[in-house]
Design a protein around this ligand. Structure first.
Ligand code: NDP
Length: 428
């Protein structure tokens, strides 16, 4: 059965907007001010950050074909890189044919750290801190009572003693962790407020000196996993049997697990999708990427974040687990009209659902890249968009972009000098 979204990539921007409405992803009242929905008024931008002189725009595209936990999604992706959205959509299309993505995020606790020094007899002080559990929770909650009313708040307290290291000339640190359920918010400000609010009490309890109270972006208590399972018949490509493509993808996953040089590029591909979706939904890209890359190094070596293996039925299984502290309210989400709009296109998901969607995009991106790498190579698929970029860099505008990029793809070498020569020839 045909859908208004069929051949979305071939439509003009206006046709795409119409088809989003026909498919029920946006309402009619959005059409008239569709483009304004994304623009950031000066009155808002000037209050978001400092020394504002303008706004810096990026294309916003939609990742297509995503079937996640049995539900269809069009995923907003903000990125400057050609091919990223096409690759995510292509990966998602194959995964859809195999039943779609499954995602899970068991809990979503943010971690606040209070770091103390000069704590004598730290093991005994650890016990003492835990004896004051109720008092510390009460102080933290008093600093941000609204999150408790929303059903969130402190869920646990823990102490980590980081031993002194004479080689590094570092003293012993006594680190108290507050685990906080921040509900729909990413929670940086909520957690920072709580961590700072218990600093004085911890100094009195431990006799030490508090150095700081702050959120940790290493969100190990907010892990999200996306996975899929595909029959080999869905994987055949470029004359290669599906089983061969499957096995090559598994080998590509193995090398990315053991070689950091490969792992970094493998994970960069995952982040192409993750960051584009995190940015488009108004979330903090630096917070998420710092945590994700640290997680890739949890074994002491930087490794691939995704894993691929063959299950007992010969199917390819792909999984991606990452820490993902993102929200659906707070920060810039509640004030940036574009972020509100993108959350709306996603069906206004809750924070857990949003984390699952973003993780699925990262896995789709990775799957698509690996499949291309171990079959045709990555450049073939990039050529068309690279030709467009070169045409635009050479100065092509409007219809010239398509004409010059088509000519460029048929000519050699495909570089800027050639694009400039073709443009000059076309204009004369
Ligand atoms: P906010 O400070 O905006 O706090 C969340 C807000 O959302 C609160 O005002 C809360 O209201 C409101 N809210 C409404 N509904 C809900 C709900 N259902 N659940 C939870 N909150 C709700 O944002 P965050 O604390 O999330 O902080 C995120 C921002 O902090 C980002 O912009 C990030 O870039 C920035 N940041 C990041 C740091 C880091 O990553 N290390 C450090 C410092 C800042 P109410 O108060 O009434 O409960």
């Amino acid at each position: 059965m045909s859908s208004p979204l069929d051949k979305f990539y071939k439509k003009s921007i206006n046709e795409r907007i119409q088809s989003l409405m026909s498919a029920g992803f946006i309402e009619h009242e959005h059409i008239s001010n569709f483009k304004q929905s994304f623009s950031l008024p000066e009155g808002v931008s000037n209050h978001m950050v400092e020394n504002v002189v303008g706004t810096y725009q990026l294309p916003l595209g939609l990742g297509m074909n995503f079937l996640i936990n049995g539900k269809d999604y069009l995923v907003p992706m903000a990125t400057e890189e050609p091919s990223v959205i096409a690759a995510a959509s292509f990966g998602a299309k194959t995964v859809r044919a195999g039943g779609g993505f499954t995602t899970t995020q068991e809990k979503r606790w943010m971690i606040g750290q209070v770091i103390l020094k000069n704590v004598e007899d730290s093991e005994a002080m650890k016990e003492k801190v835990l004896e004051h559990y109720d008092d510390l929770v009460e102080r933290a909650h008093a600093a941000h009572p609204s999150i408790v009313k929303r059903g969130g708040g402190v869920k646990d307290i823990d102490v980590r003693i980081i031993e002194s290291n004479p080689e590094e000339h570092t003293p012993e640190f006594f680190v108290v962790h507050l685990y906080v359920d921040t509900k729909e918010a990413m929670g940086a400000n909520i957690v920072n407020t709580m961590a700072e609010a218990i600093k004085d009490a911890l100094e009195i309890i431990t006799g030490g000196n508090a150095l700081m109270g702050i959120l940790s972006n290493y969100a190990t208590e907010a892990l999200v996993t996306a996975s899929f399972r595909l029959a080999p018949s869905l994987l055949s490509r470029s004359g290669l049997e599906g089983t061969e493509v499957r096995d090559r993808i598994v080998e590509a996953s193995q090398i990315a697990s053991v070689d950091p040089y490969r792992a970094v590029t493998h994970n960069k591909g995952i982040m192409n999708g993750v960051e584009a979706a995190v940015l488009a939904t108004g979330n903090d890209t630096r917070a998420t990427s710092a945590g994700i890359h640290a997680y890739a190094s949890q074994s002491g070596q930087y490794r691939s974040l995704s894993k691929y293996y063959v299950d007992e039925h010969g199917y390819l299984v792909g999984t991606l687990t990452i820490p993902l502290a993102i929200g659906t309210v707070g920060g810039s989400i509640s004030i940036h009209p574009g972020a509100q709009f993108t959350q709306h296109i996603l069906g206004d998901p809750d924070a857990k659902t949003l984390a699952g969607i973003v993780c699925a995009v990262g896995l789709a991106q990775n799957f698509s890249a690996l499949r291309a790498l171990v079959t045709d190579g990555i450049q073939r698929g990039h050529m068309a968009l690279q030709a467009k970029s070169l045409a635009m860099t050479a100065g092509a505008v409007g219809v010239e972009i398509d004409v010059i990029s088509r000519k460029l793809r048929r000519s050699q070498p495909m570089n800027l000098t050639q694009a400039e020569a073709l443009l000059e020839e076309y204009r004369n």
